[in-house]
Design a protein around this ligand. Structure first.
Ligand SMILES: Nc1ncnc2c1ncn2[C@@H]1O[C@H](COP(=O)(O)OP(=O)(O)O)[C@@H](O)[C@H]1O
Ligand SMILES: [Mg+2]
Length: 253
């Protein structure tokens, strides 16, 4: 019956007087890549923190892997992992030690083997025994994502996984995300980059002024774009144009 990994209905959240989420609704299908797109301060991290049980909503409901985040946080935590906007890597430890530490914390059977496999998968074998403080931004982010995969979570949350990365590292992260989804993992990612959503996501939801103002597949979103003038009929609108058109239309109302 459960075809959804995540279901969010009427989610609201304020920080003191500041209402950040004003009734957010969306669903994420199992095994898909879902992108929550929004500008800086739109409330993306707030949504992620609620879904990963780090923050309580004021009202509305959210279920993750079939469990209510507010009443069944332990069940939710067993199914998920979170890679935050700021790396969770311990700089003093080597890449290998970071992975072994998390594998131990998760009571996995063979922490060394788990670490070895992930180092290989993320192209970090050569750097495995160097302190993470010596890693480039791209390597650190790869290690960060590898850490979140320890224990094979069914759903992974990536909060702005490529912010601050150079273009090459960004493409590496995109490749990793696509491979994970191909392996059946559900991916919830947030991004400010329209191109990232366009590249990766099966479905995109645009969070703006506390609400989802548009959602769907890229081609569905493209249909929302106002009809191009005759002379531009051949031109496909970019997600950026769609975003601006929708936001502009909203604000004009
Ligand atoms: N703990 C907090 N206390 C007060 N305001 C906050 C807190 N966390 C976030 N905010 C505010 O809520 C808004 C949304 O923040 P956030 O969810 O981090 O947005 P995003 O991740 O989309 O950039 C911002 O205006 C931010 O300043
Ligand atoms: Mg954020």
């Amino acid at each position: 019956m459960q075809n959804h990994s995540i279901q969010v209905i009427g989610l609201q959240k304020s920080y003191k007087q500041h209402q950040v989420l004003k009734g957010v609704d969306f669903e994420v299908e199992k095994g898909s890549i879902f992108a929550l797109l929004g500008s800086n301060g739109a409330g993306k991290t707030t949504v992620v923190r609620i879904l990963t049980t780090l923050l309580k909503q004021d009202s509305g409901t959210a279920t993750v892997n079939g469990f209510d985040v507010a009443s069944k946080p332990d069940n939710v935590r067993q199914a998920i992992s979170l890679t935050g906007q700021f790396a969770a890597v311990d700089e003093i430890l080597t890449g290998r030690e970071n992975l072994i530490m998390i594998a131990r914390l998760r009571y996995l059977n063979n922490p060394r083997q788990v670490a070895e496999d992930l180092l290989k998968r993320f192209g970090l074998t050569d750097a495995a025994d160097r302190r993470a403080s010596t890693y480039s931004g791209g390597m650190r982010r790869r290690l960060d994502i590898a850490l979140s995969l320890v224990g094979n979570p069914q759903i992974i949350f990536l909060d702005e996984p490529t912010t601050g990365l150079d273009p090459e590292s960004r493409i590496e992260v995109w490749k990793i995300v696509k491979e994970l989804a191909a392996g059946g993992t559900t991916i919830f990612l947030t991004t400010q980059y329209l191109e990232e959503a366009e590249q990766l996501a099966d479905r995109i939801a645009i969070l703006h002024e506390g609400r989802i103002i548009a959602s769907g597949t890229l081609s569905e979103l493209k249909k929302l774009f106002p009809q191009a003038k005759v002379e531009y009929v051949e031109k496909q609108p970019s997600l950026e144009e769609i975003f601006l058109a929708i936001v502009g239309k909203k604000e004009a109302m």
